[in-house]
Design a protein around this ligand. Structure first.
Ligand code: FRU
Length: 523
């Protein structure tokens, strides 16, 4: 028998030109661009952060753990590298670091596109969509109806349900979708659902433009409005998106508080998209907080729409954010895929200077990816610069301790590009200047300097932790008391770290550790 491929070509030869094209495609599955170039080896491709095999990705969705599997669903447009009709893409992992790409989980249907949302394990089968021996994995998401949006009424965003009885491998749309209608709000989306053990109810946190709305349900299918929060609190420079609500114990105490995450676009402290949070209380009906001003989970421009996992084994709060910004997300210089996720970060609540602070820091598992490169201490006299070489600068982790002083940490490459991180003692500021870090002119705002005030610092040195991965940098100070995440597009790897001391005293950079970070993708 003739081999499939050869047979295809032979048959094509007998047809007219327009048909030849179809014939060529039919017998063999076409290679994806990623497969052509090398699996996850394209320019700027992150090596230890999740990014989709190809095409456009935005928010993480449906973060849930079930039977040994962490699910990462995400806003996905499979036809282009710019935003388009949204699907839920899907990847799974057993450790939140090594990911396996899965087929698209949810496709748009007659109710609309599939916008952001969450997923739960309905252990008691309250929805009746599974069986108690095989509880359903239930996804709750926003339907966005483009036609209705064009018509100009406010009924185009509703909430829908889909369920899986094989741990996320396949989904069925609930027949009576949508489960929560709306004709009041132009923006009415991004349901985060969780089980409230105290009240024995499902709770849905949803945003409606400028505020949070809470609903409850016994069965995930019928929802009743409970309360709202936030019209006059926090930042309101843009639309509220992607809420999350959860309880955390304050480090070192018995006190428990509730934390509300709200992404906002625009209106972030360094421009465009960002994630604010509120610390307060939830009594099963209403969330309240005394906090008037926004607090920011991450001061960098590239950590948006982040939410946390449901149903984690140890009950830890694990967060993943989308490492981009709506200001320029569509313009970044990648060709095969667009954007990546942050490292998975563990959230905890601490008090610094009497103020509740949401601490976010990469999960411990990241340690397993490290390969030691160098360990040293550096003296940098006043007015001088000391430099060390980086073996694997585009895929590494740098750690050191530094005093609050006038210091710059400059990552340089052989193409004359530099990413400048700076500490300003007088102003109590940390800044990230990527204006000469590589490709920057694809958008006018990309080169702007980003600043982060270092408030409520304790005594002693600052503890720096910097993750570089092809096209991103994540900076953590004091194990996540401060975080700053940004994309960068250097045209060659950063090959040196220069430490410049512009203060008047010799500075000791202690415990400087450089590690390579292993690639997570299979070759
Ligand atoms: C946030 C967001 C969500 C929405 C989704 C659409 O980035 O705007 O509010 O559900 O993206 O892709």
């Amino acid at each position: 028998m003739m081999e499939r491929k050869t047979m295809g070509i032979a048959l094509c030869a007998m047809f007219t030109l327009p048909l030849i094209y179809q014939c060529r495609q039919a017998p063999e599955k076409e290679k994806t661009k990623t497969e052509e170039i090398g699996y996850y080896e394209e320019p700027f491709r992150p090596q230890y952060h999740f990014s989709p095999p190809e095409m456009w990705m935005n928010d993480p969705n449906g973060l849930v753990y079930h039977q040994g599997v962490y699910h990462l669903f995400y806003q996905y447009y499979p036809e282009d590298i710019v935003w388009g009709p949204m699907h839920w893409g899907h990847a799974t992992s057993s450790d939140l670091l090594h990911w396996e790409n899965k087929p698209i989980a949810l496709y748009p249907d007659e109710n609309g596109l599939i916008f952001s949302g969450s997923a739960v394990i309905d252990h008691e089968n309250t929805s009746g969509l599974g069986r108690e021996e095989n509880p359903p994995l239930v996804a709750i998401f926003t339907y966005h109806d483009m036609e209705k949006e064009k018509a100009g009424s406010n009924d185009h965003q509703t909430q829908g349900v889909a369920y899986s009885l094989d741990n996320g491998e396949t989904f069925t749309m609930y027949e009576e979708n949508p489960v929560l209608l709306n004709s009041e709000f132009r923006d009415f989306r991004d349901p985060k659902v969780f089980w409230d053990e105290d009240m024995k109810q499902w709770v849905m946190a949803l945003v409606a433009g400028d505020h949070l709305r809470l609903y409850h349900s016994d069965n995930l299918l019928e929802w009743t409005y409970m309360s709202r929060f936030g019209k006059d609190q926090g930042a309101h420079g843009g639309v509220w998106e992607c809420p999350d609500l959860f309880e955390l114990q304050v480090e070192g105490t018995d006190e428990k508080k509730w934390v509300l995450l709200i992404s906002i676009n625009p209106g972030a402290p360094n421009g465009g998209s960002g994630t604010q949070y509120f610390v307060g209380d939830f009594d099963g009906i209403t969330f309240t907080s005394e906090q008037q001003e926004a607090k920011w989970l991450d001061w960098g421009t590239d950590n948006y729409a982040g939410v946390t996992y449901n149903n984690t084994p140890g009950g830890e709060r694990i967060f993943i954010g989308w490492m981009s910004n709506w200001d320029y997300a569509r313009d970044t210089p990648t060709e095969v895929w667009r954007s990546a996720m942050t490292l998975p970060r563990k959230l905890s609540l601490a008090k610094y200077g009497g103020e509740y602070t949401l601490v976010n820091y990469p999960i411990d598992g990241v340690e397993d990816l490290l390969v030691e490169e160098a360990r040293l201490n550096l003296h940098v006299p006043a007015g001088e610069e000391k430099s060390i070489g980086l073996v694997n600068g585009s895929q590494s982790r740098l750690r050191f301790k530094a005093p609050v002083a006038d210091l710059s940490f400059v990552l340089k490459n052989d193409s004359g590009e530099a990413l400048v991180l700076e500490l300003d003692r007088e102003e109590g500021l940390f800044s990230l200047d990527r204006s000469a870090s590589g490709l920057v002119d694809f958008h006018e705002t990309f080169g702007r300097v980003q600043q982060m005030p270092l408030e409520n610092l304790g005594e002693g040195e600052l503890d720096f932790d910097i993750f570089l991965d092809a096209s991103s940098v994540e900076v953590f100070i004091n194990k996540g008391q401060f975080a700053m995440t940004a994309q960068v597009f250097p045209t060659s790897p950063y090959s040196a770290l220069a430490i410049r001391n512009s203060g008047s005293e010799t500075t000791q950079i202690g415990d400087l550790r450089v590690d390579s970070v292993a690639r997570i993708w299979k070759d």
